[in-house]
Design a protein around this ligand. Sequence first.
Ligand code: NAD
Ligand code: UDP
Length: 313
Amino acid sequence: MKRVLVTGGAGFIGSHLCERLLNEGNDVVCLDNYFTGNKRNIVHLMDNPYFEVIRHDVTHPFFIEVDEIYNMACPASPIHYQYNPIKTIKTSVMGAINMLGLAKRIKAKILQASTSEVYGDPLVHPQVEEYWGNVNPIGIRSCYDEGKRCAESLFFNYNRQNEVDIKVIRIFNTYGPRMHPQDGRVVSNFIVQALKGEDITIFGDGKQTRSFQYVDDLVEGAIRMMNTEGFSGPVNVGNPNEFTMLELAQEVLRITNSKSKLIFLPLPADDPTQRKPDITLAKKELDNWEPKIQLAEGLEKTINYFDNLLRDV
Ligand code: NAD
Ligand code: UDP
């Protein structure tokens, strides 16, 4: 049995990761400050004697003995990470320093949840890991993008200088049950709007693209990455099927059978025009990993979740 620490474990992705690690027979410690996470996401795990929950903020040092650390703590939706941008930078940078210091001291493997946002508004399409990105260092998204880029630098420097066993995954847009219904991300927004019969808010002309990955595929990729030997990444983990926001809206309307109308609102500053992962490296290094759940199937599962959630309120 491995002892595993998951920071941000009460969040959307973190809660799925904790659940999967417990199901595989690990001893799991979930650490969270509940900024965007919620006990509701993990309450079903709390009867398990191998699951522990600790309220803690990763910007402060933390000491524990574990074999592996998944560093997922960081708000991920633009609304939440722009709410207190200085705190977002501290979470990425000081959180990385604290967790890397812990990993160094206890000789644990450590995985960083990095992001496709390190590519900014990419000029290379699809994005390969060798691409250094096109990021506005002073814009409203920079607290997140540059925070995550600095965290990547910290990871690779702790590896070079202190031989910490690091793993860096660059996560592309991920969706699924337990997303925060009000966090402003496009998949949860469109689903909630369609289910409530409200207008679907398309930012800009809706022709910008994203590639949407179902959460189970991401969790599989993250665990495979942790289990690699002699490979640190960075590696893209995402679904290469690319959609415009207009196509996503049509798909959500079709599955929910909703009569909601599309409305067009201004595009937020520095909103990337296109995004699609090249997953050649992930396939090679992660034992032929590739996403198994395509958009229609993943949306159905997510729509069911939000449908139940909205009925409960
Ligand atoms: P989320 O907001 O649901 O989860 C983040 C969790 O971290 C929450 O539980 C939150 O309370 C916790 N947290 C935030 N700041 C903290 C702090 N200072 N100390 C302790 N806990 C803190 O977001 P998510 O979508 O589950 O994202 C998880 C990770 O994956 C993040 O690091 C995010 O940057 C990364 N990521 C997500 C996506 C995506 O599409 N969902 C894409 C790229 C990268
Ligand atoms: N978006 C939109 N309507 C919404 C929310 C988002 O059209 O109600 C757009 C947003 O402008 C962006 C895309 O959807 O182009 C993805 O946004 P999200 O915040 O989910 O993720 P990110 O921009 O971080 O990839």
